[in-house]
Ligand binder design. Structure first.
Ligand code: ZN
Length: 412
């Protein structure tokens, strides 16, 4: 019998790389990226290519009612499967690795098991989630439908920019109306993904052992003041909402910097009523607060709002807040995190624990089932861009870790 520690040796770097490059040809863009928007013709073609590879590897492919694809390799017993996956859809000028590595890495694990002639106790299922990117509609839709966070009927009625519902788009692609049960139980879910940030490359670390999805809260903050002429109005008598907002933004930036692992982002701002020689009437901006721990987010929120009240008092403006999104942190269970860590160390790859700053299907799934994630480096931290790059060696390191973690879980 092949021991657990050698299954990674059956992972083929050349086969994995060839599959990634072949998938990238579907919707290939001028500067080396891919454009496979969810529900598009390219999405359809990418799915067909993936399904054909799965069938060649002896897997049976099914879909659920929202077009999520499940490719299954039987186990010795009919217990809950180990599920590995990610997404094949991309941003309009997306890269070749975001999502694709997780799906095709899962397929490579199956190919390695086949080459090793290994049966497993549990079934293994490779999944391709529908519309992870949210370049149309909302992100992580397929996995949200799967967990029930988004109602299936609601999701099927959502309208694409071309006016079609997702239901008619999935029907046209023949990937909708499948009978794989939505939310069907998993033993564990694993997702390999590019980091999409600069930390692993910066530190020269091969593998990120993901401790969970970072939580975020997003707000719209509006300061209201009084329009006034730039000349006749003395500074002391102004009610300048743009100054108030600017002070609040500087505070929020410092807040994000002062707490380890925190992020504060003020990405949009709209000013109304002002001109080069008029004090503005209103300044509105968005604030996105992130942290792996929920209490830390609540603390940042409290500090920020207290500071806004102080600023409003001093600047004689008024402030209003509206929460526009709330996604709690999704910590992964420690036994899965430490299994990934041990396997990575056992294979001789450098590694570090890290939270995922971006949302992933794994964050949705973790709310129902045991979940683990593995990160590999992103060149320059660049993602959602044609220039996105992870080397063949870096990709295959991630798949080798995935293979050994999977093989351990498949026989538990
Ligand atoms: Zn992704």
């Amino acid at each position: 019998m092949t021991s657990i520690s050698t299954i990674a040796a059956f992972v083929s770097a050349d086969r994995l790389w060839a599959s990634i490059l072949a998938m990238a040809e579907i919707g290939a863009t001028a500067n080396g990226g891919s454009n496979r928007l969810a529900f598009s013709r390219e999405d359809d073609a990418g799915r067909s290519l993936f399904a054909s590879w799965c069938e060649e590897a002896g897997l049976s492919v099914s879909t659920d009612a929202f077009g999520n694809m499940f490719a299954r390799r039987q186990g010795r017993t009919d217990v809950e499967p180990l599920v590995i996956g990610s997404h094949l859809d991309t941003q309009p000028k997306g890269g070749r690795f975001d999502g694709v590595l997780g799906v095709l890495g899962g397929l490579e694990v199956v190919r390695a098991l086949n080459d090793a002639g290994l049966e497993t106790d549990r079934p293994i299922v490779i999944v391709n989630w529908t519309n992870e990117e949210g370049a149309v509609l909302t992100p992580m839709m397929g996995s949200a439908v799967f967990t029930g966070a988004l109602a299936l009927d609601e999701a099927l009625e959502e309208k694409l920019p071309d006016g079609r519902t997702t239901r008619s788009a999935l029907d046209a692609m023949k990937w909708g109306r499948g009978n794989h049960p939505v939310g069907s139980p998993m033993h564990c879910y694993l997702e390999l993904h590019i980091e999409q940030g600069p930390i692993l490359e910066e530190e020269g670390v091969a593998i990120g052992v993901v401790t969970g999805g970072i939580g975020f809260r997003r707000y719209r903050i509006a300061f209201t003041g009084q329009e006034a002429h730039a000349g006749p109005t003395p500074m002391a008598l102004r009610k300048d909402p743009l100054v108030s907002a600017s002070r609040a933004i500087v505070f929020a930036d410092a807040l994000g910097r002062s707490i380890p692992e925190a992020r504060s982002t003020m990405g949009t701002m709209a000013v109304t009523g002002g001109s080069p020689n008029t004090v503005a009437a209103r300044a509105e901006f968005t604030l996105d607060l992130r942290h792996p721990d929920a209490p830390a987010i609540a603390q940042m929120e409290e500090n920020f709002f207290a500071e806004c009240e102080r600023i409003a008092l001093e600047t004689r403006t008024t402030v209003q807040y509206e929460m526009i999104a709330d996604s709690p942190p999704a910590p992964f269970p420690e036994p899965v995190v430490s299994l990934i860590e041990d396997v990575t160390t056992g294979l001789g790859f450098s590694n570090r624990r890290m939270a995922s700053g971006a949302g992933h299907d794994a964050c949705n799934i973790s709310r129902l089932y045991r979940t683990g994630m593995i990160f590999v480096p992103s060149l320059g931290g660049i993602s959602h861009n044609e220039a996105e790059f992870t080397s063949k060696e870096e990709c295959v390191a991630g798949v080798r870790v995935l293979a050994n973690v999977a093989h351990t879980l498949l026989n538990l």
